[in-house]
Design a protein around this ligand. Structure first.
Ligand code: ADP
Ligand code: MG
Length: 224
């Protein structure tokens, strides 16, 4: 019991440090960003305008990394309750559809009846968001990301499929490594978070990819 207590306190400490990082690092970044924006507008030399834009992009990237790190650290304290995956997806639908439309892309859903699972709703939301965002980012204009659920002998299955650029064979084994990214402004934390969430839910992630697109298949064991 005592070991357990110490572990819980350590988890809390990670959470507290994370929250502190959020304030102590993000606030100054916000201030700097604001001034850079003003200076960028006032810059007379065109070349300088580009530098200001670059600085702001880099700050945004640092901010994204902090945001994702915070969500991982906070999630260290997990709360799993009986819930339905379809419900999580339906609640997210308006947000991701709006996200997609803004980029001239589409989201399709096909949710079959599935049994309840032991879920941490926030984590499930994060997992789906991360995979859908990756799907959208891999798509050409007009492309579609589809989200499907069904029940199979293997368990409850979630499919997130895009008809995007696909994942090159040689990077498949790097997926899920924190900070691994091939994107100019990526954080490389999306899939690492997904793997950690899947693990906490006794779920497995399978990837099927070709130059025609990619499907992430997450399989959850059914509880009785
Ligand atoms: P990020 O999106 O910030 O790059 P992720 O951990 O979400 O970080 O993804 C890591 C890398 O995996 C991406 O940079 C990309 O190369 C690859 N990837 C992930 N999902 C897809 C996808 N659906 N299609 C193509 N490549 C993908
Ligand atoms: Mg991502």
């Amino acid at each position: 019991v005592e070991n357990e207590m110490i572990r819980m306190e350590q988890l809390n400490l990670v959470g507290q440090i994370a929250a502190g990082l959020g304030h102590e690092v993000r606030n100054p970044l916000t201030t700097i960003r604001g001034f850079l924006q003003i200076m960028g507008k006032k810059a007379v030399v065109n070349e300088y305008k580009d530098y200001f834009k670059l600085m702001i992009d880099e700050l945004d990237r640092a901010n994204d990394i902090i945001t994702e790190f915070l969500s991982i650290a906070k999630n260290n304290i997990r709360k799993r309750e009986k819930g339905n995956l379809n419900q999580v997806i339906r609640a997210l639908e308006p947000l991701i559809k709006a996200d997609a439309i803004r980029q001239d892309k589409y989201i399709e859903t096909d949710l079959k009846e599935i049994p309840d699972l032991l879920l941490d709703q926030k984590e499930m939301r994060q997992l789906i968001l991360n995979l859908v965002r990756n799907g959208l980012e891999a798509l050409p204009d007009g492309g579609i990301v589809s989200i499907k659920t069904n029940q199979s002998p293997k368990g409850v299955q979630l499919f997130i499929k895009d008809d995007g650029i696909g994942i090159p064979e040689e990077i498949l084994n790097k997926l899920g490594t924190p900070f691994f990214t091939t994107k100019k402004n990526g954080t490389g934390l999306g899939l690492a978070t997904c793997y950690s969430i899947a693990k906490a839910h006794d779920a497995t992630i399978h990837i099927d990819t070709s130059e025609k697109g990619t499907t992430f298949n997450i399989i959850f064991k059914i509880i009785n």
